[in-house]
Design a protein around this ligand. Structure first.
Ligand SMILES: [Mn+2]
Length: 422
């Protein structure tokens, strides 16, 4: 993503903010894993969306005046030769400016003092007007959730500056993230290519007796040839009856002759992830019942790609997948009546993807160009011992849609061909 993309994202966010307001967006902090180890740092996605930066302990700060003019600042960790010797170099202020387009970059050490000065009515940057509204990203503020710095800040603000009216910045950023920019769509296309390499590697290596962790190793190895980023989310890779666990992460099972292998995976590129599911018989040849069920899922998915277009109700996507597939399952003799489709279909079929695999977007009423979401058809027939899903990524175009993951084998013939040639 280039600087203009991030500058535009911020401009559109500021346009939605009320006058006399302050926006704070935190990148987040490292989380302790054990003793002196931390989990790999993962910057808050909306912070990355707005700045292009992925550094820890940074804060985007924007003050919108009564006249609508916006002053923006960026707080980052200051240079520290000793810390950088151990844990890597920190982004320099001039680099942060070059990436984000924000001119005023300061040490995060002065953040608290600056903010208190501003909220207490003092001079701040060139801003001297009162602040009435405070925009914070308070997504997932439930008591069960890990608190983000924005939640800590919210508590402090409510205690120290009770006159401030708090607005949820997340609700605004969601509207922006719903529609993808051309550079985002390009990033997803690249991520689809990498995902394809990963899934093909698993398909080609597949054989009875292979363990789930070995499939995962094939996937990770293929992704590792493109970037150090790895998957965009924890890979779901399972075989046989483990396919009946929708979010399965154990990787301990073994694919036995006659088992289906299921995977729900996605590579990432430039902070954009894909979310693709492919399933195949581990021995490379669909059984009669596997083929029967798979053809239902494939026909349902193909139907969706032939009908989705701008203007449709988003709620119709899920409903149509379910109804269409239910009829096919009944016709195939896999289900007694359509009303019982819940026995075989356990989850919804359409969520947006982008910076997050379950992308944090405003729930749209109607489908519009440049939305990207999944078409996910899962069939879980416990009685037959067959569970799998077929999930693709749909880009809404001006007149219809495009399957971004179409290049990853999805027909019975293509899958069997790939596995035979291996
Ligand atoms: Mn998925």
């Amino acid at each position: 993503m280039d600087r203009q993309f991030h500058t535009d994202n911020r401009r559109r966010l500021y346009d939605m903010m009320k006058p006399s307001s302050l926006l704070l967006m935190f990148s987040g902090k490292e989380i302790i894993k054990t003793n002196d180890e931390y989990y790999p740092f993962f910057a808050h996605r909306s912070f990355v969306y707005l700045t292009g930066l992925s550094c820890k302990e940074a804060v985007l700060c924007a003050v919108k005046g009564q006249d609508g003019a916006v002053r923006e600042l960026l707080y980052i960790l200051p240079p520290d030769p000793m810390a950088e010797r151990w844990t890597g170099r920190r982004v320099k202020p001039e680099e942060a400016t070059s990436i984000s387009g924000i001119e005023d970059v300061r040490s995060v050490g002065s953040f608290e003092k600056d903010i208190h000065t501003l909220l207490a009515g003092g001079h701040y940057s060139t801003h001297t007007e009162p602040v009435d509204y405070l925009y914070l990203d308070v997504y997932r503020a439930g008591t069960q959730e890990r608190l983000f710095p924005s939640h800590d800040f919210l508590r402090m603000a409510q205690r120290e500056y009770p006159y401030l009216k708090v607005e949820n910045a997340d609700a605004l950023v969601r509207r922006l993230r719903l529609i993808k920019a051309p550079c985002e769509i390009e990033a997803v296309r690249k991520a689809e290519e990498i995902t394809k390499a990963g899934i093909l590697a698993m398909m080609k290596a597949s054989k009875p007796g292979m363990y789930e962790y070995q499939y995962k190793a094939e996937f990770d190895h293929a992704l590792g040839q493109f970037s150090p980023d790895g998957p965009g989310f924890p890979s779901i890779i399972s075989a046989g009856s483990n396919n009946f666990c929708i979010h399965y992460y154990a990787y301990t099972g073994q694919a036995k002759d006659g088992d289906m292998v299921l995977n729900d995976v996605g590579a990432q590129w430039d902070n954009h992830t894909t979310d693709v599911s492919r399933s195949w018989p581990c021995n490379g040849k669909f059984s009669e019942k596997q083929r029967l069920l798979y053809e239902c899922a494939l026909a349902t998915s193909n139907y969706m790609f032939s009908t989705v277009k701008p203007g449709m109700l988003m709620t119709d996507i899920d409903r149509t997948i379910r109804e269409y597939n239910a009829r096919l399952l009944v016709d195939a003799g896999a289900l007694d009546k359509v009303e019982n489709v819940g026995r075989l279909m356990w989850h919804g079929g359409a969520h947006h993807v982008g910076y997050d695999v379950h992308d944090v977007v405003a729930t749209p009423e109607r489908i519009a160009p440049n939305m990207v979401f999944c078409i996910d058809v899962g069939i879980y027939h416990e009685e037959w011992g067959i569970g799998f899903r077929l999930e693709d990524n749909l880009l809404v175009t001006e007149n219809g849609c495009e399957c971004l993951s179409a290049g990853i084998p999805r027909t019975v013939q293509d899958i069997e061909d790939v596995m035979r040639k291996a």
